[in-house]
Unconditional design. Structure first.
Length: 367
């Protein structure tokens, strides 16, 4: 079973110091006031966090044949524990993964360099209002126009797009909506291009997303990153990786609320004794801890399969971990609030914010 090595433990420790400094309980209310905190984003880049998923040949930290999944899991656990709202997943894992899967070109190199250096995040627009949670149902249309492309359609809940200068848009080149994965392409769209309207908004978990409206947006020949076939294959791999890292983030949140609940029930007294001395409450906290351990074990199992080169088993474990966090993580969040009583409902404590993030994780890429 995967266990963080010395380098990954150093990464965890430094990331935890960062979140404890910038995302302390008394500062959480200020987080997410804008789509991007550029100061913190620059510090994340300087710390090397935005380089983790990329190969050394692309300016990242991973040697040949290494995926960096263990490094990313170690980081995202701490990001979850700290309730970090910056779009690390959107820009590095989703957008970065799709760009890395595209053909070698100067544009590809420049885009990855911009990500790892802490430039403006790159958004990803996959969802649509009428698709519910089916990524492959795509009404947005890409049409050949001379040497370039024309895009029309409406994308919703675009990850990372609220602070982006460029957005990767999933659009249909061939076939009709509902015809599955065939005929889809991924296009790089400047947020300020003619015919493009980006409408940002703040979500309930204090992360940001955006709607992207495309009205005959004219793009150049190099706008298509991945065409039919390649786009769907790359997108499926990136989404499964995103599910695993969302699960890792979720286990970090679960750890935080479990520890907070244990500390509170040891300190809070009822009838002259700590709440933690009541057996029925002990049972509930044990259930919370067991749920956390099981979810984390599934995350680590996925990394173990990845290190062994078993992509199919990694995908199965990643999906199982995501489902565990989606179901048990939300229940852990609810139990934490209940065990804190009235205090659990206040914004003075991070429990409500933690539960809202767990609910958002569950809705991000449901199985």
């Amino acid at each position: 079973m995967f266990a963080p090595n010395d380098d990954q433990q150093l990464l965890t420790d430094s990331a935890r110091r960062f979140t404890q400094k910038h995302y302390a309980d008394d500062k959480l209310g200020q987080m997410g006031e804008a789509p991007l905190n550029t100061v913190l984003w620059s510090e994340m880049a300087e710390a090397g966090w935005l380089m983790l998923p990329f190969a050394e040949a692309d300016g990242g930290l991973q040697g040949e044949g290494q995926s960096g999944l263990g490094d990313c899991v170690s980081l995202f656990e701490v990001l979850g524990e700290g309730l970090v709202v910056e779009p690390v997943l959107a820009s590095t894992i989703l957008a970065g993964g799709l760009i890395a899967a595209s053909a070698e070109s100067q544009q590809r190199s420049d885009l990855i360099e911009g990500i790892v250096s802490g430039g403006a995040p790159i958004g990803v627009a996959l969802h649509e209002p009428r698709a519910r949670h089916d990524i492959w149902y795509c009404e947005a249309r890409a049409t050949r126009s001379g040497d370039g492309w024309t895009l029309s359609g409406h994308k919703s809940l675009a990850h990372g797009a609220a602070a982006a200068e460029q957005v990767i848009v999933l659009a249909r080149i061939e076939g009709e909506p509902g015809s599955g994965r065939a005929g889809l392409g991924l296009f790089l769209v400047p947020a300020d291009a003619g015919g493009v309207t980006v409408t940002p908004y703040r979500l309930r978990d204090d992360h940001w997303a955006a709607d992207v409206a495309l009205d005959n947006a004219a793009l150049g020949a190099d706008a298509m990153l991945l065409g039919p076939g390649a786009a769907a294959d790359a997108l499926q791999k990136v989404i499964d990786k995103a599910r695993l890292l969302l699960a890792a983030e979720g286990t970090g949140i679960m750890r935080r609320v479990c520890l907070a609940t244990q500390a509170y029930t040891m300190d809070r007294k009822q009838f002259g004794v700590p709440l933690a001395s009541f057996q029925v409450l002990q049972h509930r906290m044990v259930d919370m801890s067991v749920a956390f351990d099981q979810a984390r074990s599934l995350v680590y199992e996925a990394v173990t399969h990845d290190l062994a080169g078993d992509a199919e088993a990694m995908t199965r474990s990643a999906r199982a971990a995501y489902r565990a966090v989606s179901e048990d993580g939300v229940e852990v969040g609810k139990q934490a609030i209940q065990l804190h009583g009235g205090m659990g409902m206040s914004e003075e404590l991070p429990l409500g914010r933690a539960l809202r993030r767990l609910l958002a994780i569950r809705q991000a890429f449901p199985l």
